[in-house]
Ligand binder design. Structure first.
Ligand code: KG4
Ligand code: ZN
Length: 336
């Protein structure tokens, strides 16, 4: 079965063709990062306009590279939530038009479920149930993947997402947007022991995260040093930020796995590209005798192959939409 996936929830316009939920036939991503970099973050209106310009070109290219036409596709999957509303609306309306014109089924996909599905594209043998840590620019969740289409969120961030914390700390150090990858690079030659950063815990749920205190302490440290004319070693600070975020994510995930009896753990979301997070969770899983899965680096960021993959499983479960499908900016995974 061939699924055409479409993704436009943030600053990547993407389309992909995936066979039977597991085999990527084509995957095209048009990123807007260079344009948003000038403003230090994603400008929603610019993102919507670029999606509008790019979506047809990107989709045509995905079909061409797969050497198929729309006739050969079995269903059209699209990200409808969560994300920037104006950006989501472009993908949703485009997919609705394609579905109406071609008579193909329309399949709505939750963006976070898409990130989780990157592990199915990387590990053909992986099947639910398992526990998944999803860390991206907008979300940090520990999720029970009960089946391909049923999820239970057991831990979440109370404030900033891990990716946002990476990006804001990076901005304080003068790195361009999105800064996570620059922290990753700088940390490679840094000493994580020079700076002792806070490891905040939150009351009420031992699997929840809080990253805003860490972010604020790094911003204050950089600004105070600038005012006093003290030069900080940013490689060491980047290494401390990365190891602190990695420890926080790993600690809560292992705690949740032990408490809920999971022996298989997966990682997903943009932050899953981070060298420190990958190593910390992988080592903790090995120490505890858990199986560990993480996506190929090429699938960590936003893409449409993950939407086509999750779309396949949604379609098999009978999850389809009609022409009344709307985009939703904020939607818990448990409401899908
Ligand atoms: O999943 P994603 O592409 O978009 C959202 O759905 O939010 O995640 C983007 C986030 C950004 O915050 C970006 O800085 C972060 O993932 N990221 C990284 C790395 N690569 C991307 N953070 C740390 N280290 C990386 N190598
Ligand atoms: Zn994402």
């Amino acid at each position: 079965m061939l699924i055409l996936g479409i993704e436009s929830s943030c600053d990547e316009t993407a389309a992909s063709v995936v066979r039977d939920g597991r085999e990527i036939i084509s995957s095209v991503i048009s990123t807007q990062i260079e344009e948003h970099k000038k403003y230090g973050g994603v400008v929603p209106e610019i993102a919507s306009r670029r999606h509008c310009e790019n979506i047809l070109v990107v989709t045509k290219q995905a079909l061409d590279e797969a050497e198929i036409t729309l006739d050969d596709v079995d269903a059209i999957a699209v990200t409808y939530a969560p994300g920037l509303i104006g950006a989501l609306l472009v993908g949703v309306n485009f997919a609705k038009g394609l579905a109406m014109a071609s008579g193909k089924p329309l399949v709505p996909v939750h963006h976070i479920a898409g990130h989780i599905a990157t592990n199915y594209l990387t590990f053909p043998e992986l099947e639910p149930p398992y526990l998944c840590l999803v860390a991206s620019g907008g979300h940090s969740h520990i999720i029970e993947v009960l089946s391909y289409t049923k999820f239970r969120v057991v831990g979440r961030t109370r404030d900033d997402a891990a990716g946002e914390c990476f990006d804001k700390c990076a901005r304080a150090m003068g790195f361009p947007y999105p800064g996570g990858v620059h922290i990753d690079k700088a940390a490679q030659t840094g000493d994580p022991t020079e700076f002792k950063l806070p490891h905040p815990t939150v009351a009420g749920n031992e699997f929840d995260f809080s990253f805003s205190g860490l972010k604020t302490s790094v911003i204050n440290l950089v600004h105070n040093s600038e005012q006093k004319g003290i030069e900080l070693n940013f490689n060491n600070l980047a290494a401390s930020v990365q190891s602190t975020i990695s420890e926080l994510l790993t600690d809560r995930t292992i705690k949740a796995a032990k408490a809920l009896g999971y022996k298989r753990i997966a990682l997903a979301g943009g932050v899953s590209a981070n060298t420190g997070v990958r190593a910390a969770l992988s080592q903790a899983c090995e120490k505890n005798g858990f199986e560990f899965y993480m996506p190929n680096k090429s699938l960590c960021g936003d893409n449409a192959a993950m939407i086509a993959c999750q779309g396949y499983y949604n379609f098999l479960s009978g999850i389809t939409a009609d022409e009344s499908l709307n985009a939703v900016a904020t939607l818990s995974m448990e409401e899908i």
